[in-house]
Structures are given as structure tokens and as C-alpha cells.
Design a protein around this ligand. Structure first.
Ligand SMILES: *Cc1c(COP(=O)(O)O)cnc(C)c1O
Length: 360
């Protein structure tokens, strides 16, 4: 059997060591003679699990004490609605910076709940580029400013943190959480669906500064209310215990691997390898400006739809899975999240070379 590498954008590959551990303790977790998914979420052992997960995640991502970490359901899309419900206050208005599909989708959902202004920060010429990030002169009018630092579909990443003055910065980090070091204190809220860089689908992490908790509008459903969830340790209803458990194993695994600093170095090395290859190739191209090239999702095309389809088909036959680009964009996309080993990128480049040679 040839070795398979899974480039899926999400749900995405998990670290092999984590899957092996989950498999090894599936039928007998913590000497209970049951699996972790069959025990009470309020039992001592499960509470120990989530307490340790909170501690490990804080250590990994260097999260200051005045932030709470919530483990919720409903995915990133649930948060698209929860954020305006929890944050709209005195000013009655939010600012949405749009740079692609996900930031625009978040803005659209927010319109159901509040008045928003939108600013398109993506400059589209020969390349996709994010321009000015200084909003300090306008941000004061808004209860918060929302953006998406990694647009998963186009592969556009924003490395500088927008300046929003005294307003509250909210970030959808679904596809780049834990991928590189960041200064959490610049953010009011960071949220992410787990299924790209944290664990399996079904659980959503919300890192929220404490002073932003307790402002939800009255009609906010309890499951979306940060205050209710924070007070009940994210257990206002039965949480997705198995997904939470898998996330806890991923955190331990990343700590063992050297933490986010080491993860970032590996991610930089993987992305550089692929972008360097793309840049010298006359067969493939990537159209994102160098300063906004995602470390996580790398898009490329041959410029020919038929050839792209053949590429995806042949790659799959060679053990390189899920390279088809998102349907709104076409082409190819290699998602190389934390769990992708450098060998996967090397195998992809070797295949790309061979394919280019045979199809030029
Ligand atoms: C995948 C993704 C989403 C959607 O996440 P769900 O958990 O399916 O709601 C939102 N934002 C970004 C940046 C994503 O990558």
C-alpha cells in the first residue's frame, strides 16, 4: 500500500499519535472498562480531563488569565450569530472587515442580529493582497471589529493584527488557530471550529476576554450566551465529550512536540517548500501576494480546468487525497495544517513535478 497523505481542508487530518492513543484506550479509558464517550460529563474523571485541557491549551497558546476558554457546539457558524448576540451594546453597530468567503459569510449572518458596516480589505489585481489594516480612526463607533485572519478557501492569511484602537477585535481563526504564535491580548475574542487544527468536527473553541462576558442581549439562547456557558464550564447542556477528549489529546501532543513555537517553525518550513516550488514552476501558479500567503491552505492552478481535474484524479490515485480546490474557486488546494508532516509536502511536490513533466 502506498502511503496516503490527506490534504483535506476540513474536517482535516489528525496527528497519527493522537488517533493511536484514542484507539488504544477506546474500550478502556482510565481503567473504567468503558470508553470516554460513555461516562458522565459531570463525573470526576471527565471534569479532570477538561480541567487539564483548559490548562494545556492556556500553556500552548500563552493565554492570559483574564480570558476564559469555552468549548461549545455549533461550529464557527454558530459563533457568526453568537458574537453579535453577545457583543452588541451601547454603540449598536459592528464593523466587518471582509477578505474572502468566510469573513463575508460572517458579516452576512451578523446582519440578522445588528447593524453592521463592511469594509473590503482585499485588493484584487494580479495577486490577492490585504491592504491597510489601520482602523483606529473609525473603530470607536463600533462595539467590535470582526475579521478572518486565514481565509481557508483562497489561502489568504493576514499576519499583522488590525489596529482597532479602543474597540474590540474579534477573529475567526478556524483554519489557523495554534498554527503560529500570536499575542492573545490584542484580541477580545478568538474562535475556531475544531475540525481543521484542533481536533474533530463537533466542538468549537471560543477564547473570550472576561470583561466581554455578561453583555448578551436578553433574548440570547442560553447555549449561545457566553456568561451562562462560562459559569457552567461550557456544560449548560451535554457537551460533545468525545470531541473534547480528542482535542485534549491534541493539546498534549503539541506540547510534547515543543509547543506552538516549534509547530510554527515546522509550518513555515512546509509552506516555504511548496511556495518555492510553485514560484519556480512554469506549469503551476499561486495568485496570493507573498505577504498574504497562507501557511495552512495553499491554492494553485495549472490555468486549465481539464488539466486541474486530471491532476486531482491522478494525485488521488497516488495517495495524495483531497486536493480539489473549493467549488467557488476551482483549481487545487493543499491544506497543510499542523498535523501534516513535511513528508506529505515532499510527496506532493514530487508528484507535481512528475505531473508537470508528463502533461506540459
Ligand atoms: C471551516 C471554516 C468555517 C466554518 O466552520 P463550521 O465549523 O463548519 O461552521 C468558518 N470560518 C473559517 C475560517 C473556516 O475555515
Amino acid at each position: 500500500m502506498t502511503q496516503v497523505f490527506n490534504f483535506s481542508a476540513g474536517p482535516a487530518m489528525m496527528p497519527k499519535a493522537v488517533l493511536e492513543q484514542a484507539q488504544a484506550e477506546l474500550l478502556n479509558w482510565q481503567e473504567q472498562q468503558t470508553s470516554v464517550m460513555e461516562v458522565s460529563h459531570r463525573g470526576k474523571l471527565f471534569i479532570e480531563l477538561i480541567t487539564q485541557a483548559d490548562k494545556d491549551f492556556r500553556e500552548l497558546y500563552n493565554i492570559p488569565e483574564n480570558y476564559k476558554i469555552l468549548f461549545l457546539q455549533g461550529g464557527a457558524r454558530g459563533q457568526f450569530a453568537a458574537i453579535p448576540m453577545n457583543l452588541i451594546g451601547e454603540k449598536g453597530k459592528a464593523l466587518y472587515l471582509t477578505s474572502g468567503h468566510w469573513s463575508a459569510t460572517a458579516a452576512k449572518e451578523a446582519r440578522l442580529f445588528c447593524e453592521i458596516d463592511e469594509i473590503n480589505i482585499l485588493e484584487q489585481s494580479d495577486t490577492l493582497k490585504v491592504a491597510n489594516l489601520d482602523f483606529s480612526n473609525v473603530a470607536e463607533q463600533y462595539d467590535y471589529v470582526h475579521y478572518c485572519p486565514n481565509e481557508t478557501i483562497s489561502g489568504v492569511e493576514i499576519f499583522d493584527v488590525p489596529n482597532v484602537g479602543n474597540s474590540v477585535l474579534v477573529a475567526d481563526m478556524s483554519s489557523n488557530i495554534l498554527s503560529r504564535e500570536i499575542d492573545i491580548s490584542k484580541f477580545g475574542i478568538i474562535y475556531a471550529g475544531a475540525q481543521k487544527n484542533l481536533g474533530p468536527a463537533g466542538i468549537t473553541i471560543v477564547i473570550v476576554r472576561e470583561d466581554l462576558i455578561g453583555k448578551a442581549r436578553k433574548s440570547t439562547p442560553s447555549i449561545w450566551n457566553y456568561e451562562v456557558q462560562a459559569k457552567s464550564d461550557s456544560m449548560i447542556n451535554t457537551p460533545p465529550t468525545f470531541a473534547w477528549y480528542l482535542c485534549s489529546l491534541v493539546f498534549k501532543h503539541l506540547l510534547k512536540e515543543g509547543g506552538v513555537k516549534a509547530v510554527e517553525q515546522r509550518n513555515q518550513a512546509k509552506a516555504k517548500l511548496l511556495y518555492d516550488y510553485l514560484d519556480q514552476s512554469e506549469f503551476y501558479r499561486n495568485t496570493v501576494a507573498i505577504e498574504n500567503r497562507s501557511l495552512m491552505n495553499i491554492t494553485f492552478t495549472t490555468g486549465n480546468d481539464e488539466l486541474n481535474a486530471k491532476f486531482v484524479k491522478d494525485a488521488t490515485a497516488n495517495g495524495l487525497q483531497a486536493l480539489k480546490g473549493h467549488k467557488v474557486l476551482g483549481g487545487m488546494r493543499a491544506s497543510i495544517y499542523n498535523a501534516m508532516p513535511i513528508e506529505g509536502v515532499q510527496a506532493l511536490i514530487a508528484f507535481m513535478q512528475k505531473f508537470a513533466e508528463e502533461n506540459k
